[in-house]
Ligand binder design. Structure first.
Ligand code: G4P
Length: 308
């Protein structure tokens, strides 16, 4: 189940979520934040770190099956250096999830030691699972808990509507109270969320979105485009002889988009997608490109790397 189609930004929503997460923090020992491994920065809510107020934290780089392993390794290093325990997982197949319970126990070793000293061994560790829509939060919870709701009716301080799931006798998960909104106001972030399908193709129209994605791929993953679509991005002319990277201050810049659009046309031609009159059906080519990227058919691709 994806909520991606339902995202509508209203400032009040984040305030409500912030309050609910804050209220529920005292009920858990740690927080597991799920991000999309292809866009670990853009799929994090920037306010979250402040809300979590130093709770022990794990970060799950989900959809690692779709991401570039080199980028994922770089992100893992970065989080380790920030004292956040990172894991790379694939909640579609369950890969990496066996490590979750041991990782939580490692993270909370001090707490377990306290329990042991007090004769409270076996007291469940409780972890709040947070993530913006579409990162795979439901898939994660379903995989780990098989949908089994924990019996928590008699738990003191339980916020009405909070959803608890039992992973094992000694591990329970709390689903995010409320919807954790992504950050929409930075165009580069919005664009990357749209590339992955995390937000509806509404930030820009599909053809522009596909052209922007192609411009990125043409720079970083030229060989994947060559393999799949049979053209070399280097052979697609730019209007001006300027192969410098577009500045990363906003979304993709106009010149890059034009270059991407030329690649989109090349894809349409090679796949023989024409509308009447022999014109290339770039709308269809855009839909196919986005689908092939999102499903991993193009290859393992990351859209963000640590440090720029
Ligand atoms: P959410 O609760 O955070 O909103 O996310 P959800 O679990 O609904 O997952 C969103 C989409 O991402 C789903 O695809 C899901 O299958 C897919 N997904 C989740 N984890 C992974 C992963 O590790 N790897 C890959 N490749 N995909 C993952 P969907 O298109 O909405 O549905 P469907 O394809 O499962 O039918």
């Amino acid at each position: 189940m994806s909520h991606a189609q339902n995202i509508q930004w209203f400032p009040g929503h984040m305030a409500k979520t912030r309050r609910k997460i804050g209220e529920s923090l005292s009920l858990v020992d740690a927080v597991a934040e799920i991000v999309d491994a292809r866009i670990p920065a853009s799929s994090r809510n920037p306010e979250l770190a402040g809300i979590l107020a130093g709770k022990p934290a794990l970060i799950l780089l989900n959809k690692a099956d779709l991401a570039d392993p080199a980028a994922t390794a770089a992100w893992m290093q970065k989080y380790k250096s920030e004292k956040i325990l990172p894991m790379q997982v694939d909640c579609k197949t369950g890969r990496g999830l066996r490590e979750f319970r041991p990782a939580v126990r490692q993270l909370l070793a001090d707490r377990l030691e306290q329990y042991r000293k007090k004769g409270m061994e076996g007291k469940p560790l409780r972890v709040m699972v947070v993530g913006i829509p579409n990162v795979g939060k439901s898939s994660f919870i379903n995989r780990l808990a098989g949908g089994s709701r924990a019996k928590v009716e008699d738990r003191p301080g339980v916020t009405r509507g909070n959803q608890w799931f039992k992973v094992a006798d000694d591990l329970e998960l709390l689903d995010t109270p409320g919807v954790l909104w992504p950050k929409f106001d930075d165009p580069a972030v919005g664009e990357r969320l749209a590339f992955t399908g995390a937000i509806k193709d509404q930030v820009v129209d599909t053809e522009t979105l596909a052209a922007a994605l192609l411009a990125y791929l043409g720079r970083r993953y030229a060989s994947l485009l060559q393999e799949r679509y049979g053209f070399s991005p280097a052979d697609i002319p730019l209007e001006e002889d300027d192969m410098l990277l577009a500045e990363d201050t906003g979304g993709t810049d106009g010149k890059e988009i034009r270059w991407g659009y030329a690649m989109l046309t090349a894809i349409g031609e090679r796949r023989r997608m024409f509308i009447s009159g022999g014109e290339v059906d770039t709308a269809r080519a855009a839909a196919i490109l986005l689908d092939e990227f999102r499903s991993g058919k193009l290859g393992r691709i990351s859209l963000e790397w640590p440090e720029g």
